[in-house]
Design a binder for this molecule. Structure first.
Ligand code: GLU
Length: 614
């Protein structure tokens, strides 16, 4: 840990937690004041962007007290575990990308969940057949060893200036006092009500009175406040060893289903050995050069860095800044189509596969793939992968295979501090609501991250780097990205959204870097996502735009996806101020905050808020 710069303000959380033994949905009048919500903030002293105002406020509180971006990022993440418990929390995992202003280095930490050591490549095969996806989601089988607590401890030890207890304190307070339920939370609860009802621990926590909580009511989570308090006082070992670890294992091996429920919930084999053995892994970031900028991302076990990087390298062959809007979008979709073909064939957990990360990111390989793209027609998907080890112009190698289904959930946060450090961090429990199983008495949901594995080989006879294996990390699409200009911080962006994370980050980057949209407008712009399928998914606002017909004339086809991604980002303005940006509309709008506000209509590049309506 770095020398402590701060002591975060303490409140009497312990007393509140001890007193709050019953979960209630109280009227809004009982709630603490919610901080104001804005998708854009500009100023000095550090910035935070997340989907939630309580979480962003937790980060700003830490920055204000003198903490750095890493301290604040853990505080924001812990608060998201309270207010966005269906997307992220200590029962899940994530990926952390960090720019250190002292060393000018970008580092990454892989906090991905791991399969139990007893898992085989047949983890999700029953009677010779792949399990139906929903059965796998709501089961003990899909629960991987959580990586989020280990990641928090890892990053605080290396770059933080405060300990875990201080970083968790604002979140502990939100869990103890409660947060105001918004429409998104209520809807997510309602969407999961059937399966949540099967688990008394989940039902009692998230559906007090047996129903999804009303918008404006206050939801408290004293169990989670206690869990955070324990981790703060005893260290992260208290999660991976001892009674909490036993409780997690017991919950996975004997899912606590209501005896009155008819739901069949398969147990998993997660063991105390798996928890004891877990460690977050430091990895060299991916790096490519794009239009003279250095773009850093998350390497495997995520496919984010290689796929965003390869697509950008392909796009570098086209002058997107001067292309028509139609040609820009056409090239964006085609580059993504091709990069997904290569991702699906080559990327998996590098501890179990030889992943040609460097070769996938070489400009030579990208050029050999860019040559497939035509200005006047569209490639037919599935496009076959190329061979990054032996790139040949316009050549494909191997059999074309479709992209497997992945959920679209998760949450992302971005923090920058007054020293110039940046954190881009995406964390998840996979599906909205994860496995649906709360560890009784502990206040958090377990992930279903192992459903990110291929259940069986995607194409028979073709090597699939993403089959389950003992201790293996399932391939992710998480793409936290940091861009440097002349070695100095410039831009950072990340998003939730399963495999659409990659396309969202790619679209935001190109909208900002090539098309010149201000960051908040680049984030708000209607999205389309092409992942080596015949049709690209597109939001309603994209489908309603005149570009749709122009792209269809080139052979592109579209299918509706009501909402793609929920990005956050930061930008360093030329005068030294930070700009933080979040969604204007998606997921009810995000929350950007700054320590010391300094103008909303400053230098070139700061926008009026966009008008996304998808
Ligand atoms: N499990 C997904 C991944 O790691 C993230 C979850 C989501 O966004 O749906 O790629």
């Amino acid at each position: 840990m770095r020398t402590s710069r701060i002591s975060v303000g303490v409140c009497a959380v312990a007393a509140i937690v001890a007193a709050a033994s019953v979960l209630v949905a109280a009227p809004a009048a009982a709630a603490t004041e919610r901080p104001a919500k804005s998708p854009l903030a500009v100023g000095y002293g550090g910035v935070v962007a997340s989907v939630d105002e309580d979480a962003s406020a937790a980060g700003v509180e830490v920055l204000r007290a003198g903490g750095n971006a890493v301290d604040a990022a853990v505080a924001v993440a812990a608060a998201l575990g309270v207010t966005e418990p269906y997307s992220a929390g200590i029962g899940g995992g994530g990926y952390f990308v960090y720019y250190d202003a002292r060393t000018h280095r970008v580092s990454t930490v892989d906090g991905r969940e791991t399969a139990p050591f007893t898992a085989s490549d047949k983890l999700f095969v029953e009677n010779g057949k792949p399990l139906p996806f929903p059965d796998a989601v709501t089961s003990g089988l899909s629960v991987g060893t959580p990586g989020t607590p280990a990641l928090w401890q890892n990053v605080l030890d290396r770059w933080g200036s405060i300990g875990l207890a201080d970083a968790l304190r604002p979140a502990e307070r939100v869990a103890a006092h409660g947060f105001v339920v918004d429409q998104t939370f209520r809807q997510q609860t309602a969407d999961n009500a059937d399966r949540f009802a099967a688990f008394p621990a989940t039902r009692d926590l998230f559906m007090p009175g047996g129903q999804p909580p009303a918008v404006g009511s206050v939801l408290r989570n004293p169990d989670l406040a206690r869990t955070y308090q324990m981790m703060g006082s005893q260290g992260v070992g208290a999660f991976y060893r001892g009674q909490l670890a036993s409780d997690i294992v017991d919950t996975v091996q004997h899912p606590p289903v209501d005896p009155a429920s008819t739901r069949m919930v398969r147990p998993g084999k997660l063991s105390t050995t798996d928890l004891l053995a877990y460690h977050a892994v430091s990895r060299e970031p991916t790096q490519i050069s794009y239009r003279g900028l250095d773009v850093y991302g998350m390497p495997p076990s995520s496919s984010g860095g290689t796929t965003v990087g390869e697509a950008l390298n392909i796009l570098e062959n086209t002058d997107l800044a001067h292309a028509s809007q139609t040609q820009y979008l056409h090239h964006y979709l085609e580059a993504s189509r091709i990069a997904f073909a290569d991702r699906n064939r080559w990327v998996g957990d590098p501890a179990y596969n030889v992943v040609p990360t460097r070769q996938l990111l070489s400009q030579r390989f990208a050029d050999s793939r860019a040559c497939l793209i035509s200005d006047s027609s569209t490639l037919t998907s599935p496009v076959a992968p190329g061979d990054p080890l032996r790139p040949r112009d316009c050549a494909s190698a191997g059999v074309a295979a479709p992209t497997p289904y992945e959920g679209q959930n998760t949450t992302n946060l971005t923090v920058a501090d007054k020293w110039g450090d940046i954190v881009e961090y995406t964390l998840t429990i996979e599906q909205t609501g994860g496995s649906g199983i709360v560890v009784p008495g502990r206040g958090f949901l377990l992930n279903n991250e192992l459903t990110d594995f291929s259940f069986t080989p995607v194409t028979p006879g073709v090597p699939d780097p993403n089959l389950p294996g003992p201790g293996k990390r399932p391939r992710s699409s998480i793409s936290p990205t940091i861009v440097l200009r002349d070695g100095q911080p410039y831009l950072a962006v990340g998003s939730p959204g399963g495999a659409t994370i990659i396309t969202t980050v790619l679209q935001v980057l190109t909208e900002r870097l090539d098309r010149g949209l201000p960051l908040v407008d680049a984030i708000a712009a209607p999205r389309a996502s092409q992942r080596n399928a015949t049709a690209s998914e597109a939001e309603p606002a994209f489908l309603a735009s005149p570009e749709r017909a122009r792209l269809e004339a080139l052979g592109q086809t579209f299918t509706l996806n009501p909402e793609i991604g929920a990005a956050t980002g930061v930008e360093r303005l030329p005068d030294g101020r930070w700009l933080a940006a979040a969604e204007t509309v998606r997921r009810g709008g995000g929350s950007a905050m700054v320590v010391t506000p300094a103008g909303h209509t400053p230098v070139e590049g700061v926008p009026t808020v966009g008008s996304h309506s998808g």
